[in-house]
Ligand binder design. Structure first.
Ligand SMILES: NC(=O)c1ccc[n+]([C@@H]2O[C@H](COP(=O)([O-])OP(=O)(O)OC[C@H]3O[C@@H](n4cnc5c(N)ncnc54)[C@H](O)[C@@H]3O)[C@@H](O)[C@H]2O)c1
Length: 325
């Protein structure tokens, strides 16, 4: 049984591929990634190198904008289901580089969902984001809240959801939007807060703290998120209705002030952070806090790792990874 995971060289794609290969010996995974240089290519290469150790994994490097190559891959492997995680991530970057988001998040998304339809794939799972909610007034945020993204990145994810929902209504394609909330952990993204802060604090450099650290985020540990994705996949594979579209919040379900997150890092590193306070930025969202009752009710999901343990694990990985390099 072949399954397709796009963005396997990325943070979440890497962990999901690793876990699925471990959990199910019948699974063969085709992983696609263009390994772009949005952040350290070395880290992406490292992740793919680890995945390649498993003989049931095959890596194909190309840009999903290449519809012909993608189509050939679909025809060759007849995927049981598709997990589409490749995207241009990042909120602030989306204002300076909108064309990258158009290409990867809209045109490439369109290629993949179209090929799912043409090749009669039953289940299509794709990465959405907490960014689609924008600045809400009521917390925790439920899946049925009004979607009002403020960043261009969030807008592209919102558009993905509209397209997927339309495909599910009109064609036999069960689509599932995975709305991730600030995922962190080992092999995490160097453009995200935790990695950046740890790097800078270790080197005794100043960290830029937006909105004076008053932002609140639902920090979600990677292992919990992978567990949630796998539970959702299992549940969705059993659904008979082929026109069914669903959305899920994937998070820990707690909200923390960024400044408290930093305090926890300081405690672990036994070093005080040097802070450069910066005012609220365009596209920023003040607070995220997911209502995960739907995920819990349907899949029996339970988040296990709090920020204390999660930050400790990340720093242990960061120490060893940067020693090897
Ligand atoms: N990490 C988070 O906290 C978070 C939160 C919300 C949503 N998401 C979404 O989840 C998904 C995975 O996130 P991540 O943190 O692993 O990001 P990531 O940047 O680490 O992984 C994405 C991968 O996709 C690849 N890619 C991008 N455009 C491509 C293209 N056109 N063709 C082929 N490959 C391409 C990149 O090279 C990268 O390796 C993304 O869609 C992201 O927008 C992540």
């Amino acid at each position: 049984m072949y399954i397709l995971i796009t963005g396997c060289g990325g943070f979440i794609g890497f962990h999901l591929t690793l876990r699925l290969l471990k959990n199910n010996k019948k699974i063969r995974i085709i992983g696609i990634d263009n390994l772009n240089s949005y952040y350290s290519k070395k880290l992406k290469d490292e992740r793919v190198k680890i995945l390649k150790k498993n003989s049931r994994f095959k890596f194909i490097k190309f840009d999903l904008i290449n519809k012909k190559k993608l189509s050939d891959t679909f025809i060759k492997y007849k995927f049981k289901y598709v997990v589409h995680l490749a995207a241009q991530a990042g909120v602030r970057y989306s204002f300076s580089n909108p064309e990258k988001y158009i290409n990867s998040n809209i045109l490439a998304f369109n290629n993949i969902i179209e090929l799912c339809r043409i090749n009669q794939i039953e289940n299509f799972f794709f990465a959405s984001s907490s960014s689609i909610y924008g600045n809400q007034n009521t917390f925790p945020i439920k899946e049925k809240s009004i979607l009002e993204p403020v960043s261009f990145y969030g807008t592209t994810k919102y558009l993905n959801e509209i397209i997927a929902s339309s495909y599910s209504k009109n064609y036999s394609l069960k689509s599932t939007a995975l709305r991730f909330f600030t995922v962190y952990g080992p092999y995490g993204r160097p453009d995200m807060a935790l990695y950046k802060f740890v790097d800078l604090i270790k080197r005794n450099k100043k960290i830029d703290l937006f909105n004076y650290g008053n932002h609140m985020r639902d920090f979600s540990y990677i292992d919990d998120i992978i567990e949630a994705i796998i539970k959702i996949i299992k549940f969705r594979l059993k659904i008979k209705d082929k026109n069914n579209y669903m959305t899920f919040n994937l998070a820990r379900g707690r909200s923390q002030k960024l400044i408290n997150f930093i305090k926890e890092i300081e405690l672990n590193l036994q070093t005080k952070a040097k802070i450069n306070n910066i005012k609220f930025q365009r596209g920023d969202v003040l607070k995220t806090h997911a209502d995960i009752s739907k995920l819990k009710r349907i899949t029996n999901y339970k988040a296990k790792i709090d920020i204390k343990e999660g930050i400790k694990n990340f720093i242990a990985w960061h120490n060893s990874y940067h020693k090897i390099k």
